[in-house]
Ligand binder design. Structure first.
Ligand code: BES
Ligand code: MN
Ligand code: MN
Length: 459
């Protein structure tokens, strides 16, 4: 990489920071329909930023929120083609009263940019766009062909993305994908994530009597939907922390001793983990360490539960309705559709008479692991080493990014998951932030990555 690219990044630091702050001011919450206008505003913002960076930018309508793409494909047929993915939607900011500064009024404190979406994923996504701009403005070209895809529905399951990508199967044929939407292992310990868990997300709703009833007059004689629900939900785990849904572990590939050894070799302190979360002790699937449970074992979690009286003081009723939202994290080889059906069947089988069960299937995607020995991982390792002054460690992550499985399936490409965030950045939590330093180093690593990828092809 020529020194002028790095120089450009240094000279334009303030403007690039302001670009991120401006994007962070747009409350693009995909889950909340009252933010529809803001979603459009964020998409337009990204499209215009792409154009200013020197990409040919387009906004594509979908059945949901728009997908924005930016291309520069003049590196020639011999140069690799890189597909870069990011998302402009963010998680809801609740609970609002726990934020020190408002979620959509970005504030810089202590070298950290505080705002919803700072690390997940506006800040991380922009590192690539800024690196592209630096290359194009200083050298007039890029060493690789670039297709940038930025969507607005990642946080709600990317349900309209596959149809779009399928329609671009030929046009977007590529050699490798790059995503910065994960975390480093620790501050000053950059990481390449070679595995993600998949997910299935659903909701179970029970309806009992047609109205809330007096619990003295009716209690004990009708099925209470909350009583029924909690019993059904409790049946989903056994005493060893294993999920009881029939067939849940059938396709799971067990961890090799080698990989268990690699996990165990990374610095991890169970005490620090508990101290950070202010808990005494943890539970999970019997026989696995905390890193194994987070990265490589399937799970079932209740995300929310609803029903009955939530107001102040007591209220003696048998409620009419109760419901719960459920997600499972899946490991490679487990099929989200099949397991959603199995979960539904299990719940139906344990649902008692006197309540009617409904089931909503929200979304799902598969988990993946990549082989880290290829030249692409080597190129990414060099790029990160140059920018961070330290080689990355190879890790898996427990979170999910639906597009990764789609890219493998549609374009047959692997994804380099190069995270510049930290798990302590409060993604999905109040006071989300992104370290300015990681924003800058991530941008520099991306700039190096383009030349490292190009060198890889010709050598
Ligand atoms: N960026 C996260 C995923 C992530 C975070 C992976 C940290 C690894 C480490 C992403 O935006 C996300 O939150 N994904 C959702 C996916 C779901 C809504 C389909 C998730 O994992 O809950
Ligand atoms: Mn994300
Ligand atoms: Mn997220």
């Amino acid at each position: 990489m020529t020194g002028s690219v790095e120089e450009y990044l240094n000279q334009h630091k303030d403007r690039h920071l302001n670009l991120l702050l401006d994007l962070l001011r747009i409350p693009s919450v995909s889950a909340d329909s009252s933010h529809r206008q803001d979603m459009r505003k964020a998409a337009d913002f990204v499209r215009s930023a792409m154009e200013k960076a020197g990409l040919t930018a387009l906004l594509h309508e979908t059945a949901g929120f728009p997908i924005v793409t930016g291309c520069w494909r003049e590196a020639g047929a011999d140069a690799p083609t890189v597909l870069i993915y990011g998302h402009y939607d963010v998680q809801p900011p609740d609970p609002l009263n726990e934020w020190t500064s408002p979620p959509f009024a970005p504030d810089i404190r202590d070298g950290k940019i505080y705002a919803r979406g700072a690390t997940d994923d506006k800040g991380q996504m922009l590192t690539h766009l800024i690196a592209i701009e630096a290359w194009l403005k200083t050298t007039g070209s890029l060493p690789v062909n670039v297709i940038m895809v930025v969507e607005g529905e990642e946080e709600v399951g990317s349900n309209n993305l596959d149809l779009f990508l399928e329609s671009k199967r030929e046009e977007y044929a590529c050699d490798i994908a790059v995503i910065s939407d994960t975390s480093m292992y620790a501050q000053d310990m950059p990481a390449i994530t070679y595995g993600l868990r998949g997910i299935l997300a659903c909701e179970v709703l029970l309806t009992g009597p047609n109205r809330d009833l007096h619990s003295g007059v009716f209690g004990g004689a009708v099925t209470n939907p909350i009583n029924a629900l909690v019993k059904m939900l409790a049946s989903l785990h056994d005493e060893h922390g294993r999920v009881t849904v029939p067939g849940f572990y059938e396709a799971v590939v067990s961890l090799t001793d080698e990989e268990r050894g690699q996990f165990a070799a990374l610095p991890f302190s169970q005490e620090e983990f508990e101290r950070d979360l202010q808990v005494k002790g943890t539970t999970g699937e019997y026989g696995f360490s905390t890193p194994e449970r987070r990265w490589a074992r399937p799970t079932l979690d209740l995300n929310g539960i609803k029903g009955g009286y939530q107001g102040e003081g007591p209220k003696t009723i048998v409620p009419s309705k109760a419901s719960a939202k459920i997600t499972c994290r899946l490991v490679p080889n487990q099929n989200p559709q099949q397991l959603t059906a199995a979960l539904r069947q299990h719940l139906e089988a344990v649902c008692p008479p006197g309540v009617r069960m409904e089931f909503k299937d929200f979304h799902g995607c598969s988990g993946l692991v990549f082989n880290t020995s290829g030249p692409y991982f080597q190129a990414a390792t060099s790029a990160i080493e140059k920018a961070f002054g330290r080689a990355p460690v190879f890790i898996r992550e427990g979170g999910s990014i639906p597009v990764v499985a789609s890219l493998k399936h549609i374009f047959n490409v692997e994804t380099l998951l190069l995270g510049w965030g930290l798990n302590s950045d409060n993604l999905h939590s109040p006071n989300e932030h992104f370290h300015q330093r990681n924003f800058e180093r991530g941008t520099l690593a991306s700039a190096h990555l383009f030349s490292e990828l190009a060198a890889m092809k010709t050598s």
